[in-house]
Design a protein around this ligand. Structure first.
Ligand code: NI
Length: 189
């Protein structure tokens, strides 16, 4: 296993639409998935998409376990998605204050659906089909956006919400945490 380098905003790999993984490749990409998870843990990410570590294939990892970067996020067990497809289950949206390992020291508000159906393969090629809600749905949308060459920056509707991490904590976090708590109370996620 190895910790990989994370591409930062401006690198073209982040703008590439990642290609689907073929079933025959599943065995071959297992060491890569281990690296992806190890790199996500090392960087305290809530998720990491393959193209963020310079592999433009449709694989992402998501896990939240008492995350120091996002202390208000409910835990999410380690989830590997291969060839994920997200379908909103509602028109309802919320404004999520997001950050990204590929966009150092910047956060901003983006609109996310509050409910999604997630269809994908797990790391072994088994079918996954489940629903996610609330803040957790925001995390899934952020990661799958990466596989489509999109960054949260593209979805910031009001650039005045952009903030460094220190300024987020100083000026925006308290209000956002209140909204986040309300979402968690409503959706349990
Ligand atoms: Ni990201």
């Amino acid at each position: 296993m190895a910790i990989r380098k994370i591409a930062t905003v401006g690198h073209p790999v982040l703008r590439q639409v990642a290609r689907p993984v073929a079933r025959e490749e599943i065995a071959k990409i297992q060491p890569f998935i281990d690296d992806l998870v190890e790199t996500m843990h090392d960087a305290n990410g809530a998720g990491l998409a393959a193209n963020q570590v310079y592999e433009p294939i449709r694989v992402c990892a998501i896990e939240v376990r008492n995350n120091p970067r996002y202390p208000y996020k409910p835990n999410i067990p380690l989830t590997i998605l291969v060839n994920p497809e997200l379908t909103p289950t509602t028109d309802e949206t919320f404004m999520n204050y997001e950050g990204c390992l590929s966009v150092p020291n910047l956060r901003g508000e983006v609109r996310r659906f509050t409910g999604l159906r997630v269809r994908a393969w797990d790391r072994h090629g088994n079918d996954l089909d489940f629903e996610v809600k609330g803040l957790t749905a925001g995390t899934f949308q952020h990661e799958v956006d990466h596989l489509d060459g999109k960054l949260f920056l593209d979805r910031v509707e009001d650039t005045r919400t952009l903030a460094t991490w220190a300024d987020f904590e100083r000026h925006h976090m308290a209000a956002f945490v209140e909204r986040a708590k309300a979402l968690v109370a409503k959706y349990g996620a």
